[in-house]
Design a protein around this ligand. Structure first.
Ligand SMILES: [Zn+2]
Length: 292
């Protein structure tokens, strides 16, 4: 329960990063820094990489995260683990540790020519103008970690695990799941630079249904297409915007109402790699496959 509510808090911090929380950039950044640091997310570091995800969605070369591999580069791992026990293990590791692994080691992120880490101000993800803010984000994480350490010393480690550790793991798991399912679906294409453009990428996203949790998550689950079209829009307008864009986008609007636990299983099974479209004119359009 706390995990779900904290995921809602996470969503507000994400919105601060899009300058969608208030009219004042400093207020957005202050609230975002406090909320995200509390959830051990480096606020500015992720704000910048997340913005780049929004500018490059669906691009095989430049999207920041959930970038699928071509068939030729699929690892031995995918081959031997795409069976029920392997999938349970992969999903468990992805949901429990995927978020920190992405932040620290760029796991499932785009290709960089050297080691990429969200905590490293001098890493390849950031430019000179951003480096100071990456340090500030690190300081936020450090301060919260120190506070947690003091709390553990005062109240005991098991108390901290129950009150903070487990809810945080639930937040991380939902976050990875929500974003994974928004950008991974058997009928969503990816594009290389010959075919990619911003609008095509923004429309290669999918709205999902989490039942009662839609509300708890401030509807980021079922309004993601609209979020990619209008990312500075606050979450409380996103449902209205989604209703308005549906009749305009018609078949270009993607929604899949499969329950999330079923969708997670199906996508993990079917979306293993991407390969070019069969049609000779569409060499830069890629679709998911799983036949290794
Ligand atoms: Zn976003």
């Amino acid at each position: 329960m706390q995990g779900c509510v904290l995921t809602g808090v996470w969503v507000i911090a994400h919105e601060c990063g899009h300058h969608a929380f208030s009219d004042y950039q400093w207020l957005d950044d202050t609230v975002g820094l406090v909320l995200h640091s509390f959830l051990l997310v480096p606020y500015f570091s992720w704000k910048y990489s997340h913005r780049r995800h929004h500018s490059n969605t669906g691009s095989l070369e430049r999207d920041e995260v959930f970038v699928p591999k071509p068939k030729s580069k699929v690892s031995w791992f995918s081959k031997y683990f795409n069976n029920p026990p392997g999938r349970v293990l992969t999903l468990a590791v992805t949901l429990l540790f995927g978020w920190p692994l992405y932040l620290a080691f760029n796991v499932s992120g785009r290709y960089y020519d050297r080691f990429a880490c969200h905590f490293d101000p001098y890493g390849p993800i950031y430019n000179d103008r951003e480096r100071l803010q990456i340090l500030i984000s690190d300081a936020g994480i450090f301060a919260v970690t120190y506070g947690l350490f003091r709390l553990a010393a005062a109240k005991g480690i098991s108390w901290l695990i129950c009150v903070y550790g487990v809810p945080l793991l639930i937040v991380n798991a939902f976050l990875v799941l929500i974003t994974y399912l928004q950008h991974t679906h058997p009928s969503l294409p990816h594009y290389d630079s010959s075919e990619w453009d911003w609008l095509r990428g923004a429309l290669a996203t999918c709205d999902r249904d989490y039942g009662v949790l839609n509300k708890v998550f401030h509807n980021i689950t079922d309004t993601h297409v609209a979020h990619h079209l209008f990312s500075t829009m606050p979450h409380y307008h996103a449902m209205e915007a989604t209703k308005a864009v549906k009749p305009v986008l018609k078949e270009y609007y993607q929604f899949d109402g499969t329950p999330f636990y079923k969708a997670m299983w199906r996508e993990a099974k079917e979306c293993v790699y991407v390969e070019p479209d069969e049609g000779s004119h569409n060499k830069g359009v890629f679709w998911y496959g799983n036949k290794i």
